[in-house]
Every structure is written in C-alpha cells, then in structure tokens.
Design a protein around this ligand. Structure first.
Ligand SMILES: Nc1ncnc2c1ncn2[C@@H]1O[C@H](COP(=O)(O)OP(=O)(O)OP(=O)(O)O)[C@@H](O)[C@H]1O
Length: 621
C-alpha cells in the first residue's frame, strides 16, 4: 500500500508552501509565471474570452437593477401614499416595476447563460488541451523519464491529473464564479460613491477587511486541505492495491486487516473534514458579522442623510442592496486563495513535466529503412539514472541473420543490453554500431520500425484480439491478422471463442496472450528481433506452443535472445556470456562448453536443475 505521505511529495517538494520569509515575492512570481503559461493555452479562445467579458460587464449592470427598482418603489410609494386617490398612480408604478423587472430577468437569463456557457466552454477546452498536450509531450520523453522513481506507481498520473484540475478550476473559479460577482461589486461601488462619498467609503473599507480575513482563512485551511489530498490519494492507493492483491488477501484470510486499514484512513479523513468545515463555519460567521456591521452603518448613515433632507427614504434599501453586492464576491475570496494555492502546488509540477526539454528523445538521425542487423558494441558502459552501473566495458559482435543468445545469471545486464539496442537508453561511454552506423546517429523511429521486441510478458491492451494484433501494422486487413495469428499458433483457439477475433484480449490466458503478442510481431515482420525471456512466465505446455512460433520468427532474421531456457540457448548460433555487467565469454555452445569456463558452469547448473538422469530413465525405460 502506498504510504499516505507519498502522493503529497509534490506538495512537500514545493518550496513555496514551507518557507515563510521568501514566500510572498516568490509565490507572486510563481503565480505570475503560471498565469502567463496558462494565457498561452487560453490564446486560441480569445473570442470566447472577450465574449465572456462583455457579457460579464452587461451582467454587472443588470445586477444593479433591483436596487434601483426598490429605491423607485419606496420613493414612489411614499409620494403616492399621501395622494387622495393613490390607486391610479399605484397601478402605473406596478406596471413600470413589472415591465422593468421582467425585462431585466429575461436579459439576465440570456446574459447569465451566455456567460456561464462560454466560461464553461473555455474551461472544458482548456482542460482538454492541457491533458492532450501533456500526453503528446510525455510520449516524446525517453525511457528514463518513465522509470524514474519520481514518476512511479501512479505519481505521474497524480501530478498530471491534479495539475490539469487545479489549472482548470482556477479558470472556472475566475470566469464562471467570481468574475461576474467582482464586476457587479465594482459597479455597485461606483454607484455608491456617485450617490454619496461616505456611503461609498463604507463599501470600500469592507474590502481590505475581508481580504485580511479570507487570507487568514485560506492559510488556516491550507494545511488541512493538504492532508485531505494525502488521505484521498492514500485511500485510492489502498483500493487499487486491494484489487490487485485480492487473491493474497483472501488466501491469507486478511480481510479484517484490510478493512481496518481502510477504517483508519476513513477516521483520519473524517476528523480532518470536520476541522475544515468548522474553520469554514467560524470564518463565515465572522464575515457575516462584519457584513452586518457594514449594513447597520449604511442604514445609520443613510438615515442621517434622509433626516437632513439630502436623501429620500428609498435610498436606505438602495444602499443596503448595493452594499450587499459589494460584499458578495469578497465573501468568497478565500476560494480564490484556495485555487491559487492549489495552482501553486500542482500547476508548477505539471509545467515542470510539460517543459522538461532534457527528457525529449533525440529521434532524428540517419534514415535506416532496411536494416540487416549487424551489431557491434565497443567498450560500452552504462549506468541507470538511479546510479546502478549495469554495464562495464562491454564489447561483442552480433552477426546478421543469426541467433545470438545473451547468457548470464539474474541481474547480469542482459536486458539492459537490449534496452540500449532499442535506444531506450544511451550508453555513457563506448559506441554501438548498427550496420556500420553509430546507433546514436540513427533515426530512432526507423530503427524501432526494424526491430521486434518480445518480452517476458507482453503488454496486452484493453481491446479486442483483433485490435491487439493490428497494433503491429495499423494498415493490416483482417486476412493479414488471421495469417499472423496462424503463424503464432493461436488462430485455432481464437475462432473457438464466442466472439472470435472480437473477444476481449485481456481475458486470454498468459500463454495465449504471449502468442497474441507474437502474432503482432509477425504482422510487423521486422528484420531484427529481440526476445527477452519470452517463455519465462509460461507453463510447459504454453512454452511448447510458443516455441513453435518462436522458431518461425527466428527464421531468416537477426535474433538476439535472452533466455534461461536451456533448449533455447543451445539452439542459438552464437553465445555471449555476461557476468556482473561484463562480457566474460563469447563463442558457440560447443566451444564454450568445452572451454569449461563460466558458460560451462551456468550450463551445468541448468542441466542439473532439470534432473536429466531421471527424465532419461522415465523416457527410455
Ligand atoms: N530501470 C532500472 N533502473 C535502475 N536499475 C536497473 C533498472 N533495470 C535494471 N537495473 C539494474 O541493472 C542491473 C542489470 O539488470 P538487467 O535487468 O539488465 O539484468 P538481467 O541480466 O536482464 O537480469 P534477469 O535475467 O533477472 O532479467 C541489475 O543490477 C538491475 O538491478
């Protein structure tokens, strides 16, 4: 189970959440930076943004209509109440009010719909663009990016998802929720100042007070929110790990322990949630209290001016409504702080991934369409990004159209050599030549088009059998797929399935999946094939079936094979024996066996483990 602290690494890695003195200026610079980058993504939606802003301004005017109508109503009522026959004037007033309010409501419906719809369209499009852009970008990254511990076990997904989410909710909060409220607050404030300076001043003074309180609220909540995210990630990690290891859980009867682990996180989450809520309630109460004080001051001030004969009675309600328009958005200010904090926490990590230029694979190079597979490694050293040195001064030759087996104990460096040959990694020192060209200078995509890689367990995508095989050649016809499946000895089994080639590939057994991967390889039909323990995870029967397909694959190609399977090793034309990242012997099976060195030792151990005497006795008598 992932530790609760793991997913929050991104948070803790962010210096702006932990360091107080530099915080303010750096946070501002960071936020500015994020907004600039976000603006680039928003650029294609200029027209939508302008339309939203225009509607927002229109909406901010319609938001004031109620205040004017109430003022008019109270003032007119005061006047006509004194008349001998108030009904005629009263009905006229009602007619005017109804017409104005109805028109305003109809306008508001259109404005609010347009404003929200355009705002939402911007948000949804931005979310799509950000998600698409980052996927397209990381697809260009080198293997080391994916194997880095920073990106393992869902961390990469968390960083991407939270980055997109924080950026889009920043946009949503701004465009859809806050902007109309702020625009209406500004218009209200201008009207308040234009009717009376002192009234305007009361409206203005509340703003910094709310800013101060909201900032305090956001800061107090920040730590709890951060913990909350950690809990959520831990909880989803727990569920994923539970599903993945359900057979172990059940076989050890550990259901109560798993339930207990879940309960522990739930309890912590509940406590945290309640604290977040109670802090929110306290600050809301403080804000309501301050707003009420503001309203009382507004009423007293306006009453004073009414008594002085400078204002009409209608102004009391007029000012109170305007004041409420000013207070409404700033009551929500803490949400903006929250969004900014989120953006600072996650968007930075998101853009770090997006702009990590040094991770981009260098794919351009000499075009190599028809490779033969003459490979030479000369003094190759390689160390993984985590510091493990896997290869030291490795030199050997692979001749085309032959089968070369890399032999060695576990961890010797065989798979690493394959990774270098497909350019998943580059050597730190030394050169690899392919058909006489330095591999580093070869076009990576051309190279990979010429190479087929069959691994111990080949990834089967969710989708049909047909789709999985077609991955080897996207232009292949159904007939091509069937031919490939026949070569991989899987066709007969596929057609027995209820849905044939349209069955879900994931529901096949390990051996069947391996043959689907081989069919994919036949469809690709590359001149060079790397087989990295292709039968290691299979049972004897499945191995035997796969072996037939492998024998077919090996024909007329350059094959480099990693195997612990004695039968496959002795079938190879050439052997390269590796020990601790170094080549210790090369030659044919017979020559190396006779030499009595490392290969002899490994081969003897392999044959001993097979218990050949007993097998022979059983078979022959
Ligand atoms: N992605 C990786 N990051 C860091 N170290 C790695 C990585 N892959 C392999 N190593 C290390 O490099 C060394 C060589 O590993 P490699 O997988 O090449 O061995 P191998 O001979 O193929 O072993 P096996 O037969 O068990 O598959 C080992 O010490 C291994 O721990």
């Amino acid at each position: 189970m992932p530790k609760p602290s793991k997913p929050t690494r991104v948070l803790n890695d962010n210096p702006f959440l932990n360091t107080a003195p530099v915080e303010k200026t750096e946070r501002r610079a960071l936020l500015w930076n994020i907004l600039k980058k976000l603006a680039n993504f928003a650029a294609p939606y200029k027209v939508l943004i302008v339309a939203t802003l225009i509607l927002t301004v229109l909406g901010s005017f319609t938001a004031q209509v109620n205040a004017f109508v109430l003022r008019y109503t109270v003032d007119t009522l005061t006047e006509i109440a004194a008349l001998a026959d108030p009904w005629q004037a009263g009905l006229r007033m009602l007619g005017i009010i109804s017409a104005v309010l109805l028109t305003k409501e109809i306008l508001s419906i259109f404005i609010s719909f347009g404003q929200r719809f355009f705002g939402e369209k911007i948000r949804i499009n931005l979310s799509r663009d950000l998600s698409q852009k980052i996927i397209e970008r990381i697809l260009t990254y080198r293997m080391a990016f994916y194997t880095s511990s920073q990106n393992d076990s869902g961390k990469l997904q968390t960083r991407i998802d939270y980055g997109v989410m924080s950026l889009t909710s920043l946009v949503q909060n701004f465009f859809i929720d806050m902007l109309p409220l702020f625009a209406s607050a500004i218009v209200s404030l201008i009207i308040m100042f234009s009717t009376n300076f002192w009234i305007g001043l009361v409206g203005l003074i509340i703003i910094p007070i709310y800013f101060f309180i909201s900032q305090k609220q956001a800061r107090r909540l920040q730590g709890y929110r951060r913990q909350m995210r950690g809990f959520r990630e831990a909880k989803s990690g727990l569920v994923i790990s539970l599903i993945n290891s359900i057979s172990v859980v059940k076989s050890f009867v550990r259901e109560p322990i798993e339930a207990q682990k879940h309960l522990k996180i739930q309890k912590e989450m509940t406590g945290n949630q309640l604290r977040i809520r109670s802090i929110g309630f306290i600050y809301d109460a403080v804000k309501t209290f301050i707003e009420q004080i503001g309203i009382v001051i507004i009423i007293l001030l306006t009453a004073y001016f009414v008594l002085q004969g400078e204002m009409t009675i209608g102004m009391v309600l007029f000012h109170v409504l305007l004041f409420q328009n000013v207070a409404a958005p700033i009551r929500q200010l803490h949400r903006i702080y929250d969004q900014i904090n989120n953006a600072l926490t996650y968007a930075e990590g998101f853009f770090e991934i997006l702009e990590d230029d040094k991770q981009v694979e260098n794919i351009d190079g000499i075009s190599s369409k028809d490779l033969k597979g003459h490979i030479e490694l000369k003094n190759v050293d390689f160390t993984y990004p985590n510091g493990t040195q896997a290869l030291r001064d490795v030199s050997f030759e692979i001749r085309p159209n032959r089968i070369t087996a890399l032999v060695g104990l576990s961890g010797a460096g065989k798979s690493t050599i394959i990774s270098l040959l497909v350019k998943f990694y580059e050597p730190d020192a030394g050169v690899i030549y392919l058909d006489g060209h330095d591999l580093a200078d070869c076009d990576t995509h051309d190279l990979r088009h010429n190479i087929g890689l069959v691994l111990q367990s080949n990834h089967i995508f969710s989708g049909t059998i047909s789709e999985n095989i077609r991955y080897g050649d996207t232009n292949a016809t159904q007939e091509d797929i069937i031919v490939a499946a026949k070569k991989a000895s899987i066709h007969e089994q596929v057609i027995k399935l209820k849905e044939g080639y349209e069955s879900t590939a994931k529901s096949l057994s390990g051996g069947q999946q391996q043959r689907i991967a081989l069919a994919r390889m036949f469809l690709k039909d590359p001149p060079i094939v790397f087989l990295d323990e292709p039968t290691a995870s299979l049972d004897a029967i499945a191995s035997q079936q796969v072996k037939k397909s492998l024998d077919l694959i090996k024909k007329d190609r350059t094959v480099i094979m990693v195997s612990h399977n004695i039968a496959q090793i002795i079938d190879a034309d050439d052997l390269v024996v590796i020990e601790n990242g170094q080549v210790v012997e090369t030659g044919t099976h017979e020559a190396l066996y006779d030499k009595g060195g490392k290969y002899y030792e490994i081969f003897s151990a392999m044959s001993d483990s097979l218990n050949l005497d007993k097998i022979s006795q059983t078979l022959h008598g």
